[in-house]
Design a protein around this ligand. Structure first.
Ligand SMILES: Cc1cc2nc3c(=O)[nH]c(=O)nc-3n(C[C@H](O)[C@H](O)[C@H](O)COP(=O)(O)OP(=O)(O)OC[C@H]3O[C@@H](n4cnc5c(N)ncnc54)[C@H](O)[C@@H]3O)c2cc1C
Ligand code: SF4
Length: 346
């Protein structure tokens, strides 16, 4: 599958990148894939950002994106690296590779759930190229969408790209493609914030407010904006952390269900905890009520099971992947229970 024609833009500074984005992003819509036009075909985004390219380039080959311009941000100085900020936490540049995160002693010591989640992404080669910014901004996935143009044409397309019906939930008007990044649930548990830049300035957003829950317009990012940094607050440091993930091929696969757990104990009891899931809804989600359920308790099998039941209630998998929704939901229950027990024992 060949790449569509596009013009490559290679800024060396953030200012240059933002001015190119402002110049070429002629559409201002929320989210990533525009809704179909009157003919049922989505008009293309004029410009797409590429970081590591591990997700964008295969998608462009499948003609899921056919932008006129591709903005390669890899050479922007200052957006790579992990910096400890005394008293306030840790700042991670959006272009920091997943390998760097996986092998960071600082993160492993202070925010272990993030290094564990990063280490499960794809394969070592893809983690060398893939960035944390790209993982956060990852497109949602579906069996009916991540296919070649010929395949999708044969099925009559769908709401997410070029069509007006959903094969997964026929009769509905919504897309249920699953958000399938591994690090966002860990980052949600850590109360991470992201910095978003555009030519008109910077804004900072809790990651939990970044995702919309819609499979098409899945993130709150305008076409003239890019994610520049991730912040991990000091108050989230030194929690025990565990990430568990279901995938078909253990060596190189997107999650089909994933769960992150962080917890802190005092005198054997849970002082604070968070649980988040991925790959079973159009957004990664914190499990509401998990903190309250765990706090002040001693962890045992029954409590871990109750948290697993709560997570399974939040998970709403549909037939967007190779494994059945029932199995993925059940694995959220099982992995959450195991992750809570592992976090209590590690
Ligand atoms: C075989 C295979 C297996 C994979 N398995 C996994 C897996 O197990 N888990 C997982 O999480 N991912 C997986 N991936 C996806 C991908 O490798 C990772 O998610 C990676 O972190 C993406 O980062 P990237 O820098 O390569 O993103 P890119 O491909 O460059 O970009 C991805 C998306 O984010 C946008 N983007 C990138 N950076 C920014 C930014 N700074 N600001 C705004 N938008 C931005 C791009 O425009 C694009 O929409 C897999 C990919 C492949 C090909
Ligand atoms: S959930 Fe429906 S609309 Fe979304 S990608 Fe899948 S088939 Fe298309």
């Amino acid at each position: 599958m060949s790449l569509p024609q596009f013009k490559l833009l290679r800024p060396r500074t953030l200012e240059e990148a933002l001015s190119l984005l402002a110049k070429h992003s002629d559409r201002v819509v929320e989210g990533d894939s525009p809704a179909p036009n009157a003919e049922g075909h989505a008009s293309p985004h004029n410009v797409r950002i590429v970081a590591g390219g591990t997700d964008l380039i295969p998608s462009m080959r499948q003609k899921l994106f056919e932008p006129h311009y591709v903005l390669d941000i890899r050479h922007i100085a200052g957006l790579k690296g992990i910096r400890e900020q005394r008293g306030t936490g840790v700042e991670i540049g959006a272009l920091t590779s997943l390998t760097t995160i996986e092998h960071s002693d600082l993160l492993r010591r202070r925010y272990p759930v993030l290094t564990e989640a990063a280490a499960t992404v794809a394969s070592p080669l893809l983690r060398n190229m893939g960035t944390i910014g790209g993982n956060i901004c990852l497109d949602t996935r579906c069996l009916w969408y991540n296919q070649s143009l010929t395949w999708r044409k044969g099925c009559g397309f769908c709401i997410k790209k070029d069509g007006n019906l959903c094969h997964v939930a026929p009769g509905g008007t919504r897309c249920w493609a699953a958000f399938s990044g591994d690090t966002p649930p860990a980052l949600l548990c850590l109360n991470a914030e992201i910095e978003i830049a555009s030519a008109s300035g910077l804004r900072r957003l809790p990651l939990r407010d970044f995702y919309t829950g819609d499979g098409v317009a899945y993130r709150k990012l305008q076409p003239n904006e890019l994610v520049t940094r991730v912040f991990l607050p000091e108050s989230s440091a030194d929690y025990r952390g565990v990430y568990r993930k279901l995938r078909v091929r253990g060596s190189i696969d997107y999650p089909l269900a994933g769960v992150a757990v962080v917890l802190k104990r005092s005198n054997g009891q849970v002082a604070d905890a968070s649980v988040a899931i991925t790959a079973v809804n159009p957004a990664p989600l914190l499990i509401k009520g998990a903190t309250e359920l765990l706090t002040g308790k001693l962890i045992d099998e029954a409590l871990a099971q109750a948290v697993g039941d709560l997570a399974a209630k939040t998970a709403k998998p549909l037939t967007t992947s190779a494994l059945t929704p029932e199995y993925r939901k059940e694995m959220i229950r099982v992995f959450t229970k195991r992750a809570v027990l592992a976090a209590a024992n590690n």
